[in-house]
Design a protein around this ligand. Structure first.
Ligand SMILES: [Zn+2]
Length: 136
């Protein structure tokens, strides 16, 4: 299987494309899925999901803390979508303008802890402010 060369940002070991059941165990969550896992796993708890078809990494490798933060950031955006009746695409455009990033850079999977905190903060702020148009 073709894989890209990426390194673990924590320990600088290489990351290898492996079936998700290596990490998640044999269950529904791991079925047919792949992850880029740090070669030092499980001593180094860093991995990232791969896209189903292309098997390209969805972002940078993340440890437990960062994986959790990225999930929270996704929830915050989803919440904002529902709260404001926006489409996912619109929310991402809004996020780009807030963070000063382009569309290629605006992927939660590539965000650091700090960036995820920023996403969560901005979403909370936008959910609280009204009308939304003035907050953009
Ligand atoms: Zn590592």
């Amino acid at each position: 299987m073709k894989q890209v060369k990426i390194k673990c940002p924590y320990c600088h070991a290489r990351a290898t494309l492996r079936p998700a059941n290596v990490v998640y165990g044999q269950n529904k969550r791991s079925q047919g899925k792949y992850l880029y896992v740090c070669d030092r796993w499980p001593a180094c708890d860093a991995y990232v999901s791969a896209h189903n078809h292309t098997h390209l990494p969805m972002g940078t490798l993340a440890n437990g803390d960062l994986r959790h933060k990225r999930i929270l950031a996704h929830y915050a955006l989803q919440h904002l979508c529902e709260n404001r009746h926006m489409e996912k695409r619109e929310v991402y455009i809004w996020l780009q303008s807030k963070l000063g990033l382009n569309s290629k850079q605006t992927h939660i999977g590539q965000f650091s802890n700090w960036m995820c905190d920023e996403v969560i903060r901005l979403c909370k702020q936008a959910s609280a402010s009204f009308p939304f148009d003035q907050a953009v």
